[in-house]
Design a protein around this ligand. Structure first.
Ligand SMILES: NC(=O)c1ccc[n+]([C@@H]2O[C@H](COP(=O)([O-])OP(=O)(O)OC[C@H]3O[C@@H](n4cnc5c(N)ncnc54)[C@H](OP(=O)(O)O)[C@@H]3O)[C@@H](O)[C@H]2O)c1
Length: 287
């Protein structure tokens, strides 16, 4: 058992070091004047991404549902150095808003270099009690709108040698309890955009597609759910946001943030029984 543990730890270390070594370096100047659309940018990681892009001098469109909050984020982006910062309110559960938001961006920025899909609809952290309507709604917000916006933006990204960035989750790679609808939407994203990643590469497309796998991040919405229920350290939203931006800018196919997220995805395949045991005993919550 000791030898097995050593082999597992050594393999994780080798995989981690080789990923770090092969990562191209990030040049922030490449984002000066870049035309960027960030979804779910009124709060959390999306808001932090908007501020980073602004500091790098990008031209930004941000979107979410709450107009007043978006207005405040735009003002801050301008004060931080964004070349341009605009917002458009939209509800990603509707059929028309995903297209409307992309069309607005293309018109206002004259094209698109980065499409960063990050929004998620609110969802309870609890045992699934058969709420099919909520699951359907969440699928629209967290999955179908991503597909729709990506499809709408692809011709422009192809022209600009641009990047499509999908913000996903560890829960898109392995299931956890109390988040069944959310987990389903993230698995759908990983499946769909993983397939698209192959297709773009096989036809030598100009578009890079990055799928970002995040662990627990200290946004208000996430912390409200897990506080007192699970004792896992949360990584800072601002750093998560910067890592996502770097991943898109360096055209990498994958990001695991924080780094131990990668280790967890390996252990669930290598030692599923132990991983399942740990998952089922990590929650201070009895259904
Ligand atoms: N935080 C974590 O621990 C964590 C872990 C793994 C992965 N992630 C991923 O990271 C991304 C950001 O997470 P976060 O924690 O920053 O989320 P968040 O703080 O809850 O922000 C969600 C954003 O989506 C917007 N939104 C909600 N419903 C919407 C709708 N129907 N139409 C359009 N926009 C809508 C919200 O703004 P409005 O309310 O104004 O619409 C907000 O801007 C997500 O893709 C999430 O899955 C997060």
């Amino acid at each position: 058992m000791r030898t097995l543990t050593k082999i597992i730890l050594a393999s994780i270390a080798v995989a981690f070091i080789s990923v770090k070594w092969s990562t191209p370096s990030f040049q922030s100047e490449t984002l000066q004047g870049a035309r960027v659309l960030v979804t779910g940018a009124s709060t959390g990681i999306g808001e932090q991404m908007a501020y980073h892009y602004a500091r790098f001098g990008a031209q930004l469109v941000i979107t979410a549902r709450r107009e007043k909050v978006l207005q405040q984020v735009v003002e801050k982006c301008l004060s931080l150095g964004a070349q341009k910062a605009l917002y458009i309110a939209g509800d990603m559960a509707t059929e028309s808003d995903p297209d409307k938001v992309v069309e607005f961006t293309l018109e206002k920025l004259g094209g698109l270099d980065y499409l960063v899909l990050n929004h998620i609809g609110p969802t309870p952290f609890s045992v699934w009690k058969g709420d099919i309507e909520h699951t359907r709604w969440l699928m629209k917000v967290n999955f179908f709108s991503y597909v729709q916006m990506a499809w709408k933006a692809l011709p422009s990204l192809e022209q600009s040698k641009g990047s499509l960035v999908i913000v996903s989750s560890l829960l898109g790679k392995m299931a956890g309890p109390f988040t069944a609808p959310y987990t389903a939407t993230k698995f759908a994203l990983n499946g769909f955009f993983g397939s698209l990643q192959h297709e773009l590469a096989m036809k030598n497309s100009n578009v890079s597609l990055s799928i970002c796998t995040l662990g627990l991040i200290d946004t208000d919405s996430a912390m409200e759910k897990v506080r007192g229920v699970i004792d896992v350290p949360a990584a800072p939203a601002s750093e998560a946001a910067l890592n996502i931006i770097k991943t898109g800018a360096t055209r990498q196919e994958e990001l695991y943030y924080p780094w131990n997220t990668f280790a967890v995805t390996l252990t669930k395949d290598w030692i599923p029984f132990a991983t399942n045991y740990i998952i089922r005993h990590a929650y201070n919550y009895i259904p």
